[in-house]
Design a protein around this ligand. Sequence first.
Ligand code: 13P
Length: 249
Amino acid sequence: MRLKLAAGNWKMNGTTAALSELEALARAFPNPTVDVLICPPATLLHQAAESVRETGITVGGQDCHAATSGAHTGDISADMLLDAGANAVILGHSERREDHGEQNEDVRAKARAAMDAGLKAIICVGESLEQREAANTLDIIGGQMSGSIPDQSTGENLIVAYEPIWAIGTGKVPTLNEIGEVHDFIRTRLERRFGEGVGRSVRLLYGGSVKPSNAEDIFGVSNVDGALVGGASLKAQDFSGIIDALQKA
Ligand code: 13P
């Protein structure tokens, strides 16, 4: 059985004052029955990890470099994330692909580094509105998967997040059928590439305008094992509604 996962991506939001939200979340869920992960900005990672130590909540990074160390001003390695208390890292988010020109092969190299360091890699895939309207969604997702997911992936070290770009921060959400179609496709591709055992054990998250009000429906879709949440993960109250829905799913 795949353990469900509620993951929060704080993106470039939050200073030390935001840690109170994390503390409130830990108080609200002393023993969550699903995995709960918060990925704050790197500046907060160590403090965030300390504040949830000995709770059921874990923390992760939002990106890492493909190298273990070296002359890469401003970058952070997977080992550094681990050292700061992370157990996972989001990779290939569409905002990184767009803002920093990250290509599938960059994401794959970063994922390799993350897995080598012992982090779980949450690899993001998703189509633009133009690609969806041109009926290219599955081709795009398939290409991103073969390009970004490394061969060493297992159910333990890989999580795939389907985030349609047009649904991120817009309040627009694909229909449940559309979500199901993509998640079933991702599952089938994973099974074909890694074998049924591994393919079935990888967790698949949906991301893009997930809120307490739509979470229950989304979590009822086949092959949706949780969510990667942006805006609604910033406030403990909103994220709690999503965790509640996942615990009941
Ligand atoms: P929103 O939940 O704000 O739409 O963001 C989704 C996302 O990009 C999570 O990585």
